[in-house]
Design a protein around this ligand. Sequence first.
Ligand code: G6P
Length: 369
Amino acid sequence: AAIEKGGYDHFMLKEIFEQPQTIYDCLRGRLDANAGTITMSGIDKFAEQLVNARRIVMVACGTSWHAGLVAEYIFEELCRTNVEVEYASEFRYRNPVVCEGDVIIAISQSGETADTLVAIETAKTNGAIIMGIVNVVGSSIARASHTGAYTHAGPEIGVASTKAFTAQLAVLTMIALKLGYKKGTLDQQRYLQLLKELESIPEKVAALLQNTEHIKRLAEKYKDSQDFLFLGRGYNFPVALEGALKLKEISYIHAEGYPAAEMKHGPIALVDETLPVVFIATKDSYHEKVISNMQEIKARKGKVIAVINEGDDLSASLADDVIVVPEADEIVAPMLSTVPLQLLAYYVGVAKGLDVDKPRNLAKSVTVE
Ligand code: G6P
């Protein structure tokens, strides 16, 4: 087992550190920024249906559902298609309205999650086109789909999903870019710019993984907290949800993710000097708004941990602690801002002496409902 972990203490850590490679593997052979092309045969085959779809429904569970949520923001921005994101377990049981020609994108690492599988089988009988974004080749969801794209992240052993998530984001972003460009809702200049942005993600993830000591120190500092709040807006709102999920899965600390503005409608009541609030505050079109949310937390004496870009002195001045990530276009930024949150959860779990690869009560793949 020590050999399988490749010198890392846990699979989770190994898989976090594999991300520059797994994202690269996911893009390789598909994205060619110089040629201005994205080749995905499973998507090309259904390009017309995608372009004409009146709506796209993302169906998933857990971390994969968070990838769907990021994709909703990206697809709506780049493709101007109405997107809904559904928990598979809710979607399958509530007699959802599914019409001929609707595109259902099922997102699943394992390809075996029972709720997701049944959800797409039901939608299929109503005439929907099913696209599977799956990691495990030949899995049930891959087989039940009309078409799709594999994430190529390799086997994920740690129960908490890490590298599968960033690979899902890479695949979904490529699909949105293809579709937006084909539809004409994404102009050529922006398309080419985003191809370059996406291509540079693996090296940016590698750069941020160069120095993780400070995240370990933060984990030590905050490991005895009772609760954590994670806040973000826009593309980084689902990242906040994912950061909170990762922390509770691995450290058993209660954590909530919220859209930063929505915290005024509830979570703000929890804020006092003992509450760490993690802000995902990278530079994007929401940045000023996020800063004012940070000020609101500071005014109530919360402890602010901010994930920011280099040179963001204003955010840094409001934060008790910062985690710096490389700058990137907001469309691709979640693949960067997620990584330090995975590490934070990992190091808090380790600092508490917990079994981070096999957290209690959780299963790697939930094949029963
Ligand atoms: C379980 C796992 C999660 C995963 C979720 C969905 O809860 O512990 O890590 O996100 O299932 O799994 P899937 O394989 O469909 O992505």
